[in-house]
Design a protein around this ligand. Structure first.
Ligand code: ADE
Length: 216
């Protein structure tokens, strides 16, 4: 949904990858979240300094890369991420057990009740990778929507004050406003690690994508 609103490109003058992200569509893969948790209606509510942009970033297919696939390809082509960087990450993660294999969703009784209903909590495991600059990646386990088993979802959280324009805090978003995020090498390698550890399927996809990118 609204994927056409996300674009990834190479900035010649700054020698970086850039991502243009919509911040006014609460149903899209990019949303603004207060403290990383609650969605913010950015056209109605003024943005705060501890808001994050949550991006459920996709990668596409070998034939047609998208989003993270494009970021990785551009970073590789332009020498930001090198073959050795990719090989090192791949070596560390290619044979480890995946998050999806190791963790489960569970339910716990609290011993409390509400009008004779027992109160329980459902516990969802999350793998979080925190960067030094306030960004973080969450891998969240879900039940598969129309099948049996689990599905790992990967999200990157970008602090609102790390995108352009720098005047977002203290105002509402403009109609269809988009912001520009400049992923650093560490964020790119962090996302690569996240997809390699999330599940077998994500790992296999990522290995195919890496092979394509590094051989062309
Ligand atoms: N497949 C493509 N993008 C994904 C993401 N962000 N999380 C889980 N699976 C995905």
């Amino acid at each position: 949904m609204m994927t056409g609103d996300i674009s990834v490109f190479w900035d010649e003058s700054e020698n970086t990858v850039k991502c243009k992200l919509p911040i006014t569509s609460p149903t899209s893969k990019v949303r603004v979240k207060r403290k990383g948790l609650e969605p913010v209606a950015t056209r109605q509510v003024k943005l705060c300094e501890d808001d994050y942009i949550e991006w459920q970033i996709s990668y596409g297919e070998v034939k047609k890369l998208s989003e993270f696939g494009e970021i990785l390809a551009l970073a590789y082509k332009n020498g930001i991420v090198k073959k050795d960087d990719i090989n090192e990450v791949k070596k560390e993660f290619e044979n480890t057990k995946t998050f999806e294999e190791l963790y489960k969703i569970s339910r716990e009784e609290t011993g409390k009740d509400y009008h004779k209903f027992k109160v329980l909590y459902e516990k969802t495991p999350i793998l979080r990778y925190e960067f030094d600059d306030g960004h973080y990646i969450d891998i969240v386990l879900r039940h598969k929507q129309r099948a049996v088993g689990y599905q790992a979802m990967v999200y990157i959280y970008i602090p609102i004050d790390k995108v352009e324009p720098k005047n977002l805090v203290g105002r509402r978003a403009n109609p269809r406003e988009r912001v520009v995020w400049t992923p650093k090498k560490e964020h790119i390698l962090g996302l690569l690690k996240a997809f390699l550890i999330a599940s077998k399927d994500h790992r296999n996809d990522m290995i195919k994508i890496i092979e394509k990118i590094t051989q062309s």
